[in-house]
Ligand binder design. Structure first.
Ligand SMILES: *[C@@H]1O[C@H](CO)[C@@H](O)[C@H](O)[C@H]1NC(C)=O
Length: 209
């Protein structure tokens, strides 16, 4: 092969493969491992893999917590695969609350864009960090710590939490305790709550046993 043709072939090779180094849009049909999903064929990737439009709409807050979280995690938004981040929309109707919960896989940074939100977290030495946030204000919740958000005014609140993982995970404390078949006797033993209170919460949250 003449040297110029060789260099030309190299250029073609690197330009056609360069995109694969820039991103790894999730192939959601494949299995998910600890490092995320495998990559969609770069030739099939379009701008729409990097755009998520569903957060323009308010979530449905007609539920017992009067709140909705609309996730744009890797399962909904394949473009964030492998990038170490994701986002969601939080709608809190008056009286709404995101109950005490953790994200095992990510820190969270929340920006309020409408209304007032009382947000807080509890550190592993059980110190409490609380603040009422207004439009434009931001709070960060360190990875793995229990935290919550409560509507702090009589008007709907909107916020956008962003996460340091495409798949932050979510565990809600009350569902972990009262929304499954963990036996009432063991909940009594391990939490010091009384049986009547446990049964009441199981009835509300769908727990048995
Ligand atoms: C919101 O959710 C409630 C309860 O599931 C349902 O009855 C209602 O139709 C939903 N509203 C909209 C606009 O989807």
């Amino acid at each position: 092969m003449p040297p110029t043709l060789f260099i030309f072939s190299l250029l073609i090779f690197f330009s056609s493969h360069a995109a694969a180094l820039d991103f790894c849009v999730a192939n959601l049909k494949g299995p998910q491992g600890p490092a995320g999903f495998s990559c969609k064929t770069p030739a099939k990737v379009t701008v729409n893999d990097f755009v998520f439009t569903a957060l323009t709409k308010a979530g449905n807050t007609s539920n017992i917590i009067k709140a909705a979280v609309s996730p744009a995690f890797v399962a909904q938004f394949p473009g964030v695969n492998g990038l170490g981040l994701s986002i969601a929309r939080l709608d809190l109707a008056p009286g709404g609350v995101i109950p005490m919960h953790t994200h095992p896989g990510a820190s969270e940074i929340l920006i309020v864009v409408q209304g007032y939100i009382l947000a807080g977290f509890i550190s592993s030495d059980n110190s409490v960090y609380l603040k009422t946030l207004k439009k434009g204000e931001v709070m960060v919740f360190p990875q793995g710590l229990l935290h919550f958000q409560v509507n702090a005014a009589g008007i709907p609140a909107i916020a956008f939490p962003s996460f340091s993982s495409p798949d932050p995970g979510l565990q809600i404390l009350d569902f972990a305790l009262f929304g499954n078949n963990l036996p009432t006797m063991l909940i009594e033993k391990t939490t010091f709550l009384d049986e009547a209170q446990i049964k009441k919460l199981k009835a509300v949250l769908g727990g048995t046993g």
